[in-house]
Design a protein around this ligand. Structure first.
Ligand SMILES: CC(C)(COP(=O)(O)OP(=O)(O)OC[C@H]1O[C@@H](n2cnc3c(N)ncnc32)[C@H](O)[C@@H]1OP(=O)(O)O)[C@@H](O)C(=O)NCCC(=O)NCCS
Length: 137
């Protein structure tokens, strides 16, 4: 992801989701984060009743491949289970095979009828396809 991408700025600004964000730190630095959002939260855009959604999963690139992404997905699921959620959902762009592999390994399955597509505001004419993946908890 280019550093100037609007999504990179959204990832960096966790203020609107502080209470819902789980982080992994290394000394004083945050090296990975995820937000676990209940149905009804203003940032939970893909949930149906009794589902939670995780968003903004990101691991600092020099820490990829050590299980931190997996650990955060499990932590988000644990928080949702504690609140009696029946399912977890997430959206992922169709050109992110690394993230998709992670989700499939954790038991998430693609729900094509819940996918959405829209035109990129940063690159007019380019379509962004967001796939919905879901897992029963
Ligand atoms: C997608 C992303 C979150 C994955 O994070 P990660 O910490 O690298 O994930 P994991 O380490 O759990 O899994 C990645 C790989 O490491 C392997 N792995 C997991 N634990 C491991 C360990 N302890 N030792 C070695 N390898 C390990 C996994 O098997 C996996 O292999 P695969 O890609 O061949 O399937 C990270 O690449 C990222 O931040 N990408 C940019 C932001 C993004 O795309 N976010 C998702 C938006 S929907």
């Amino acid at each position: 992801m280019p550093p100037q991408s609007p999504y990179a700025a959204t990832l960096r600004n966790v203020t609107p989701r502080l209470r819902e964000t789980l982080v992994i730190t290394d000394d004083d630095d945050i090296i990975a984060a995820i937000a676990a959002l209940p149905h009804g939260h203003p940032m939970a855009e893909a949930t149906e009743p009794n589902e939670w959604e995780f968003r903004y999963l990101a691991v600092r690139k020099d820490h990829w491949g050590h299980g931190l992404g997996s650990h955060l997905v499990e932590a988000a699921e644990g928080r949702a289970r504690n609140e009696h959620a029946q399912g977890m959902v997430l959206r992922v762009v169709d050109d992110n095979p690394r993230a998709i592999r992670l989700y499939e390994r954790h038991g998430y399955t693609h729900q094509p009828h819940r996918d959405i597509s829209f035109e990129s505001s940063a690159s007019p004419g380019r379509m962004i396809n967001l796939l919905l993946y879901a897992k029963a908890l």
